[in-house]
Structure formats: C-alpha cells, structure tokens
Design a protein around this ligand. Structure first.
Ligand SMILES: Nc1nc2c(ncn2[C@@H]2O[C@H](COP(=O)(O)OP(=O)(O)OP(=O)(O)O)[C@@H](O)[C@H]2O)c(=O)[nH]1
Ligand SMILES: [Mg+2]
Length: 449
C-alpha cells in the first residue's frame, strides 16, 4: 500500500471515531491532533495541515448532524471531505491516440514512466512508439530500447545524435500513422534556460497533445515548487508522481502539486512497468482510509456480467436485504475470488466492527453452492421474510435439500451477519453518493485493469 504509515494512522483515527460511544469536544480535539500528526509525518505542508484541521474542528463542533446520519458517521464524513479537498480535482482522461512528451529533471522517472505509459496504451489496443529524445544521459538510448522490447512497443532513436529536434522530427515522419507517440526527453540537475529551450524546441516540432511532468514523490513538498516552475515554462497538461511506493513524503508531494492546480494524472507505485495507477483523488483517499471504493465495486459488478447498479447499492444500503437478494448475488458469483473482491470493495466495510471475517469469505465459494441448494428448498415467502424460518421450517428445508438442520441455521446466521453489515451502510449514504459523484467527475472507465 502506498503511503503505509499515513494510511495506518488515519485508519486508526477513523476507527477510534467509529468505536466511540459519544462524540464530544475531547474526542474531536484528539482526532484533530492525530490527523495533524499523521499529515505532518507524511510531509504535508504545515499551513495546509493547520487549515485542514481547523476546518475539521470547526465543522465538527458547529455543523448539525444530518437526519440520515449519526454523529460518528458525520465526523468521519467531515474528515473525509476535508482530506479530499487537499488532493485536488481529478482531470478527465481517456486513452486515445496522442503525442505525449515527458519532461522532468534528472532521475525523476521519465524513462520508466515512458515504458509504463506505453504498456498502458498497448493494453488498450493502441500501436505505440517510444522515441528516444534524451540526448544528455549516457545510455538513455539503450535504456529506452530495452524498455520498448519489454512492453512490445516500437522504438525510435538516432544513435549518437545530439539534436533532439532531429530525432523527434525523424520519428514523427516515420510513425505519422501510429496511434501513440511517447517522447522521452533529457533531464537536468535543475530547471534552467538550457532545458527550457530544449523542451520548447521539441514541443514546436512535436505539437504534443500532452506534456506530462514527471516528479519523484520523495522530493516531498518541493514537488509543488517544481510543478509551478515547469508550468510557467511549458504548458503542463498532467503530472505523474513517481516512486510513491518508497517514500513517506508522498503526502507532501501530492498535496503540494494539487495546490498548484496542476492535475495529477498518474502515480507510479513501483519499479515494475505495470506499476502505474490513474490518480483519482476520491478513489485514492478511500483506499488510503480503508473505505474500499465504489469504483472497484462497480468494476467487480461488471465482471459478474450484471450491473450491480447504483440502485441496488442504494437498496442494499437502505437495509432491505432479503435471502432472495443474497441468493441473487451468490448466483452470479461463480468466478473464484469474486466474493472477497466484492466485499473488500464495499464502502466503509473496513470501518465496521462487525466485519465479515476473512475465513468466512475464503470458505464462501464452497458454501455458496451448498447454500444455493438449501435455498432451493425454501418457499418464496421464506426467501422474502427470512425471519419466519424457525423450528419445523428448518427441519423441512434441511430434509428437502439433503442437508442438516445445523447447515440451515448456519446459512441463516451468515445471512443475518450480512444483513447487519448492509444496514451499517445506511448512515454512510452521503459518503456513498459523494464517492459516486467524484467518480463521475473523474473519468475512470479506462483504468480498471
Ligand atoms: N520504486 C520506484 N522506482 C521507480 C519508479 N519510477 C522510476 N523508478 C526508478 O527510478 C530510477 C530513475 O528512473 P528513470 O526512469 O531512469 O528516470 P529518468 O527521469 O528517466 O532519469 P534521467 O534519464 O537520468 O533523467 C530508476 O532506477 C527507476 O527504476 C517508481 O514508481 N517506483
Ligand atoms: Mg531517462
């Protein structure tokens, strides 16, 4: 998990809120202090941190709790909203044919990100060429050539050529019909006139659709200053923050870049060429907080060849959850692992004390088959009103399905746990609808692989 320690302490704080018996000023002060500590440890700017925690404190103490919520969930929502504010807005992004220029200082991850982007576009069915326009770094040509082979992209370079514009114009005329052209450019130790001239020169020839700035997360808040400087110099259309896997300072890098208004498009989460994720603030935050995310839920639902649409999430969250609903869900879960995935992705599950435990999920696939047989012996009325299943009915169902009464009771127990968990979603409807809104604003459909 990216930003492990930040995630751990924020989750702890939310857990504390959800376990508290009452929300009073003491608890609010404690929560605010803990968030402050967590953010500062993650290198988030001190003023931004103070501003955020002041807002949390003020809202928690002054805002009335909405009727459909409770004080605990309301406080969690406030924390969620304020944290989301500092992560910036998602930028609409679709995988489509494009000329992409990657810029950044030495060692920030340009060449690696070029390979990751190439893989991403190839997965979407595009023909991709990687263009070696870094004329500074020794071995840059070979490095990119090697990466091209790894991902199955074409490679273009002119060995020994010092004029990057010649390389780019050569590449573009040779590959004019190709879908995606990714240009790896030279870095420098610092942003200077020399680098700017080179970037301008390439941009003039390439007329890129995207100019992506690559920033190493470990530079922390400095990332903001760099983004600002580059933004003035060239029109940056998106930022990729790399190496988020290996640093505690990622919170600083993300929030500082977000504050400049430059959209963060992707994050790099490892050295491997698959380690690239689309950055959607809501999704990122809900993962960080262990809320699971609706987007994964929706993607899983699609895998089930049946949309579990917003309506059925709402219906489940409204507390009406019968054996029939359970049967319908289970019926679709023939693929191994889907059960766990679905439950992992239900918002707020991780925050519930009555979590569905892992062993239940692991055994569930075998159980589902048995349970379906048992439910086949139930009447429609029983499926609709499971509370009437007692005594004689249990014996009859067991006989009819060739199972033991203890199996039927076990099914009912599991059903009740699931129903309770669903009920717990009710107070979190506002979070659910906020997530949905966020997910709609940021285009995510291309990033579910
Ligand atoms: N852990 C981790 N390492 C990364 C990530 N992205 C890049 N790296 C590593 O960072 C180092 C530098 O990456 P490059 O892609 O060569 O950086 P560059 O910006 O092209 O560097 P120059 O060409 O020297 O300017 C390499 O060792 C990469 O493996 C990432 O997301 N996570
Ligand atoms: Mg490079």
């Amino acid at each position: 998990m990216v930003l492990d320690s930040l995630s751990k302490s924020l989750r702890e704080t939310l857990r504390k809120i959800s376990r508290s018996t009452s929300i009073d000023d003491n608890l609010i002060n404690e929560v605010v202090r803990e968030i402050q500590r967590a953010l500062i440890l993650a290198d988030v700017d001190i003023n931004l941190t103070i501003e955020l925690t002041r807002k949390v404190e003020q809202r928690a103490k002054n805002e009335p709790v909405p009727k459909n919520s409770n004080p605990r969930n309301h406080l969690i929502l406030i924390v969620y909203e304020e944290l989301l504010n500092i992560l910036g807005k998602p930028r609409e992004f679709k995988a489509k044919p494009a000329t992409i220029m990657l810029v950044g200082l030495y060692g920030q991850g340009k060449t690696t990100s070029a390979g990751k982007l190439a893989r991403f576009y190839i997965k979407h069915g595009f023909k991709v060429v990687l263009i070696a326009a870094d004329t500074q770094r020794v071995g840059a040509y070979e490095q990119l050539e090697q990466i091209s082979k790894q991902v199955g992209a074409d490679f273009f370079g002119i060995y020994g050529e010092k004029d990057s514009r010649k390389i780019v114009s050569g590449a573009l005329s040779k590959y004019s019909n190709w879908d995606v052209k990714i240009i790896d450019t030279s870095g420098r130790n610092a942003l200077n006139e020399d680098l700017l001239e080179e970037i301008r020169g390439i941009a003039e020839i390439a007329k890129p659709d995207e100019v992506m700035l690559i920033l190493d997360a470990s530079i922390g808040q400095q990332a903001g200053k760099q983004a600002e400087a580059f933004n003035k110099a060239a029109k940056i259309t998106g930022v990729i923050i790399t190496k988020l896997d290996g640093t505690a300072k990622g919170g600083g890098a993300i929030s500082a870049v977000a504050k400049t208004g430059a959209p963060i498009l992707f994050i790099g989460t490892g050295e491997h060429l698959d380690d690239l994720e689309y950055f959607n603030p809501a999704r990122f935050l809900s993962r960080l907080l262990g809320m699971g995310d609706l987007e994964t839920l929706m993607a899983t639902a699609k895998e089930l060849h049946e949309e579990i649409d917003e309506e059925s999430v709402e219906r489940m969250a409204s507390g009406k959850f019968t054996l029939k609903d359970m049967y319908e869900i289970w019926d679709k879960m023939s693929k191994p692992g889907l059960f766990k995935k679905l439950f992992d992705s239900l918002p707020m599950f991780k925050l519930q004390q009555k979590e569905i435990d892992e062993s239940l999920i692991d055994q569930s696939e075998a159980k589902i088959r048995k349970y379906k047989v048992i439910m086949d012996s139930m009447t429609y009325q029983e499926l609709d009103e499971p509370d009437i299943i007692k005594g004689e009915r249990i014996d009859r169902i067991a006989r009819g399905s060739g199972t033991q009464p203890s199996d039927v009771k076990e099914l009912l127990r599991d059903y009740k746990r699931m129903r309770d968990a669903m009920k717990n979603l009710r107070g979190n409807r506002k979070i659910i609808s906020m997530l949905k809104k966020q997910l709609k604003e940021g285009n995510i459909e291309d990033f579910n692989q």
